[in-house]
Write a protein that binds this ligand. Structure first.
Ligand SMILES: NC(=O)c1ccc[n+]([C@@H]2O[C@H](COP(=O)([O-])OP(=O)(O)OC[C@H]3O[C@@H](n4cnc5c(N)ncnc54)[C@H](OP(=O)(O)O)[C@@H]3O)[C@@H](O)[C@H]2O)c1
Length: 333
């Protein structure tokens, strides 16, 4: 593939509001012998990009300073030691950064084929949320078919993915969301129960169910939800934190932890070793991609904007008005 000398991209000029995202031109990124260079079709926008823009989530050592944790596109070049992919392959991949650009370098082991029946643009919505849900709900919390999952932030990119993956796995899904419209969107995606947390008490609704609680909780809110989550868990329940949008401090009565034999965990995906990401990529390609190919899971896409609208994408994300994923399309720059 003929490569241009430079590419268009969006960089964070300084920590701040959405207007610090500025379009610029840079040389194509370097890639090493275990990496590939991707001609990006689309990049997913994720809440961690907002935190990076605000200066609260610096890129790990060796990562691009450009935002963007996931892309889809076509392989434009491969490193000397890469056997699994060739130039021209259509893929999507999890990145440590650099997705808001026409070209991105990616470790070969986090690249995955585009699931059959999904277009290359929409595939950019998959890596970050599918990896995060798989790692926290399926790997670490061991959600089993027949069990119940509570997802806070049901209409987030993560939430819309978690609902569909848990349903495909044969689980009951309960969600919380901030409006009746958002609750309806979660029910449309397959959730069994959707609770508008602004005017309903999710703890009493969940504890009053015949099952008297849920088996696993995926929480991105924290704060006052931390104690409430412990009340919602059934014996041997598992609670996984992936963010603390409502604060990371709380005064907790830990007695339920002991009496119900609960497990609490948390993780951040970006800093995990490449070997962990490689293992997740294998698992999701084997298990989640067939769900997509059978129509059991479709990434829920709120809107697709041109890369030049990255600031607008962040404004929308911070307003929390979106339902599902926001994508940046490189083909319409
Ligand atoms: N640990 C990891 O590995 C990892 C990986 C990826 C993402 N994350 C985290 O997971 C969360 C979801 O990511 P995403 O990209 O799916 O985000 P997103 O689409 O922007 O969704 C976040 C949602 O959280 C809900 N929310 C509840 N309480 C909130 C509060 N106090 N402030 C703001 N929003 C609140 C909002 O919906 P309502 O209107 O319903 O409240 C909002 O739509 C983010 O916090 C992100 O940083 C963690």
């Amino acid at each position: 593939m003929n490569l241009p000398p430079s590419m268009r991209c969006v960089e964070i000029t300084k920590p701040g509001g959405p207007d610090v995202l500025v379009e610029t031109t840079r040389p194509l990124p370097d890639y090493n012998r275990d990496q590939v260079l991707i001609k990006v079709s689309a990049a997913g926008v994720n809440r961690p990009d907002v935190l990076q823009r605000l200066g609260q989530y610096p890129p790990p050592d060796g990562a691009s300073d450009l935002p963007g944790l996931e892309v889809s596109g076509i392989i434009a070049a491969v490193g000397e030691d890469v056997d699994a992919w060739k130039v021209g392959d259509h893929i999507c991949s999890l990145l440590t950064g650099g997705g808001y650009a026409e070209y991105a370098a990616s470790d070969a082991v986090t690249c995955m084929p585009i699931p059959a029946g999904l277009n290359v643009i929409d595939a950019a919505a998959l890596p970050e949320t599918v990896f995060t849900v798989w790692h926290n709900v399926f790997d670490r919390s061991q959600l089993q078919p027949g069990e119940s999952l509570l997802v806070h932030g049901g209409t987030s990119g993560i939430g819309t993915t978690a609902i569909q993956m848990a349903k495909a796995h044969g689980c009951e899904v309960v969600v919380t969301a901030g409006s009746d419209e958002k609750c309806q969107a979660c029910l449309d995606l397959g959730a069994d129960i959707a609770i508008n947390y602004r005017d309903q008490d999710f703890v009493s609704i969940i504890r009053d169910r015949p099952k008297k609680g849920v088996d696993v909780i995926l929480d991105m809110v924290g704060g006052e939800y931390i104690a409430k989550n412990l009340k919602c868990l059934r014996p041997d329940g598992r609670l996984a934190f992936i963010a603390f949008l409502g604060g990371s401090k709380a005064e907790i009565d830990f007695m339920p932890l002991m009496l119900k034999r609960l497990t609490i965990s948390g993780s951040t995906l970006r800093s995990r070793p490449l070997s962990v990401k490689e293992s997740i990529a294998k698992s999701v390609t084997e298990t989640v991609w067939p769900w997509i190919e059978k129509g059991q899971f479709r990434p829920k896409i709120d809107r697709i904007l041109s890369l030049t609208k990255a600031s607008e994408a962040h404004q929308i994300m911070e307003s929390s008005s979106h339902i599902g994923k926001i994508l940046l399309n490189m083909e319409t720059i």
